[in-house]
Design a protein around this ligand. Structure first.
Ligand code: OGA
Ligand code: NI
Length: 348
């Protein structure tokens, strides 16, 4: 080997990157490509993606927003193409900024927003995930916009517009879900209170060894509803159906709608929060933009009475009453790949 020339940018980078990781996980969206996966990302043999066993999901339930069954993919959703294109562009610009600019926003404290972070919850986890992410609070916009990144310069305007349009879609889907359960149209909206809205802009750089790690390991989302804009061309999202992983390939005109834990609880388990994960690839960076509709912190989450009361004498709600604040605190005190957080809230 050419041991007299160890200072190629890549080897230099590998060296510092590994040094970094001996201390704490830091951003991985560096623009440099690694040739091997740093040790702290390597999953034990029993917990790897086994990508050759993943199937393509061919008949994805496609929901035209004017008619409904179980929301999964939503088209004709009312969020304009220009709004989406601008959001994607500004997100790419953001992650393409120099490392020192990005590190100004870095934090590993999950209670801090906005924050640019990496993996999931680096202070709680043993193995890191191959993801950087920017996390923002998006409602009320006027309360939070001043703390958002001011680089790129169009960021605030573009993300404000996107967040407003997404919120309308979120309300529409909550109405459809309420009606599909035989509840009043505004049932969910009322119970969820003054809903918060968070955004995660996820960036998965090319990964040297996708078989050994995750972008995000299997999880359900802790909030009510997630509206996910997937990368238009790069695959990575997978969902679990009957114990088998299926790839959800991008459809540029559609959002992926994830039922979150709170809609599972409120619907007394009729709607299931979806188990999903993100895997990585060696070729291309992948971007996804998740918008989370979140109950008000003080909202009491209680399985809707009409869904259990009238059923049988013995019928009782599957989940106990709790506030969203209680749930959210529990969620962030854990590692993402522990047991389902909702199991801690079952009725006894
Ligand atoms: C999430 C998530 C999936 C993806 O941010 O909660 O599941 O495709 N993202 O990036
Ligand atoms: Ni998720």
């Amino acid at each position: 080997s050419n041991s007299s020339l160890p200072l190629s940018p890549l080897s230099l980078y590998n060296f510092f990157h590994l040094r970094y990781h001996n201390m704490a996980a830091k951003l991985i969206s560096t623009g440099f490509r690694l040739t091997t996966l740093p040790e702290n990302y390597v999953r034990p043999l029993s917990d790897r993606p086994r990508l050759s066993e993943v199937s393509q999901l061919e008949d994805f339930p496609l929901i035209d927003i004017s008619a409904t069954d179980r929301p999964r993919l939503v088209i004709n959703h009312g969020v304009s193409k220009a709004t989406i294109d601008e959001m994607v562009t500004v997100a790419h610009e953001f992650f393409g900024m120099p490392m020192d600019e990005k590190m100004k926003l870095y934090s590993d404290d999950p209670t801090k927003t906005p924050r640019l972070s990496t993996s999931f919850n680096v202070k709680e986890e043993e193995v890191n995930n191959w993801r950087d992410y920017l996390r923002l609070h998006c409602y009320p916009i006027d309360k939070y916009v001043h703390e958002w990144p001011s680089n790129p310069s169009s960021f605030k305007e573009v993300v404000s517009k996107y967040s407003r349009e997404i919120r309308e879609l979120g309300f529409k889907i909550e109405e459809l879900i309420s009606e599909s359960l035989g509840l009043e149209k505004d049932y969910m909206k009322k119970v969820l209170g003054e809903q918060g809205q968070h955004m995660a802009v996820n960036y998965y750089p090319p990964c040297p060894e996708p078989e050994l790690t995750y972008g995000l390991p299997a999880h359900t989302d802790p909030n009510a509803l997630t509206i996910l804009l997937q990368d238009a061309t790069v695959c990575g999202l997978q969902i679990l159906i009957d114990g088998h992983w299926f790839a959800v390939n991008p459809r540029p005109d559609a959002f992926v709608i994830n039922i979150g834990d709170q809609l599972q609880a409120l619907s007394n388990g009729v709607y299931k929060s979806v188990w999903h994960r993100a895997v990585t690839n060696t070729e291309n960076p992948r971007l996804s933009i998740a918008s989370f509709m979140c109950p008000d912190n003080g909202a009491v989450i209680s399985p809707a009475k009409p869904l259990w009361e009238a059923k049988e004498e013995e019928a009782k709600p599957v989940y106990r009453d709790y506030t969203y604040a209680e749930y959210y605190k529990k969620f962030w005190s854990r590692n993402l790949d522990q047991e389902h957080c909702l199991e801690n809230f079952l009725n006894d």
